[in-house]
Design a protein around this ligand. Structure first.
Ligand code: ADP
Ligand code: MG
Length: 243
């Protein structure tokens, strides 16, 4: 679905200095795959995600999509939710649908179904400031899935939340992904989260970011997070991560 060939990225700062953020990234991400980029802070995970969705331009290399993917067929879930504070929950979700050619009725049906699925229906007219972090990210997820995208990019979507809420939302996400099977590329620095969610995990090195190791996660779903296999795999992945 996404082929990344020899992607490089160097940032040029106004003071003349440079940051070599990504070096020769090669990855192939399959259709419907739940793919995780894992690595220490500053290794270029967000930059790579932003390059995939076109928010950032690579300095070199090639990005090829297996089928044509329009910009409206890709959505992004942000760490800090990125909701518009002056719009209600309903309107925040609606915004992502405005670029789609839907009738008003179809749009309303789609939004209401999404809000209901994420248990936000009672909060449709609330504003972001009235919501907890977990509820805000539910809106972030609703907004991302409402457009029925082919690709969903998620940048540490649960790292701002407390661990109970994060766990709840991981389960909500898995449930929706298993039903709809969009391709998901998610960034995290939390190894158990990667093991719980991913089909495959790419471990990145610190700057310039490269792919250190690619793991296939064969643990049966739903993943038994206290099983010996889980802990063994966690150790293997941990050994590949260099801070
Ligand atoms: P991660 O998400 O893995 O923490 P980032 O992709 O955010 O890492 O950043 C990788 C490196 O690129 C960091 O050193 C960061 O400071 C630098 N960087 C990221 N975005 C920019 C930018 N817009 N301008 C300059 N440097 C940047
Ligand atoms: Mg980041």
């Amino acid at each position: 679905m996404i082929k990344i060939s020899g992607i490089n990225k160097t940032f040029h700062l106004p003071n003349g200095s440079r940051t070599h953020a990504l070096a020769n990234i090669n990855l192939e991400i399959g259709k419907g795959e739940f793919f995780i980029l894992l690595g220490p802070s500053g290794c270029g995970k967000s930059t790579l995600l932003r390059i995939i969705c076109g928010l950032e331009k690579a300095s070199g290399g090639e990005l090829i999509f297996g089928e044509s993917v329009k910009s409206t067929e890709m959505s992004f879930v942000f760490q800090q939710f990125a909701l518009l504070p002056w719009l209600s929950v309903y309107e925040n979700v609606e915004l992502s649908l405005l670029a789609k050619n839907l009738s008003e009725t179809d749009r309303r049906t789609r939004i209401n179904a999404e809000l209901e699925r994420l248990r936000l229906d009672k909060f449709a007219h609330a504003y972001p400031r009235e919501l907890s972090g977990g509820m805000k990210q539910r809106v972030g997820i609703a907004r991302a899935f409402a457009t029925q995208p082919k690709i969903i990019l998620m940048d540490e979507p649960f790292s701002e939340l407390d661990s109970f809420i994060a766990q709840e939302l991981r389960e909500v996400l898995l449930d929706i992904w298993l039903k709809e099977k969009p391709t998901i590329v998610m960034v995290t620095h939390i190894i158990p989260e990667a093991l719980e969610l991913a089909d495959r995990i790419a471990v990145m090195t610190s700057r310039p970011g490269t792919i250190e190791k690619l793991f296939t996660n064969d643990l049966a779903r739903p993943r038994a997070k206290r099983s010996p296999e889980f802990f063994k795999f966690e150790d293997e992945v941990l050994a590949a991560v260099k801070p």
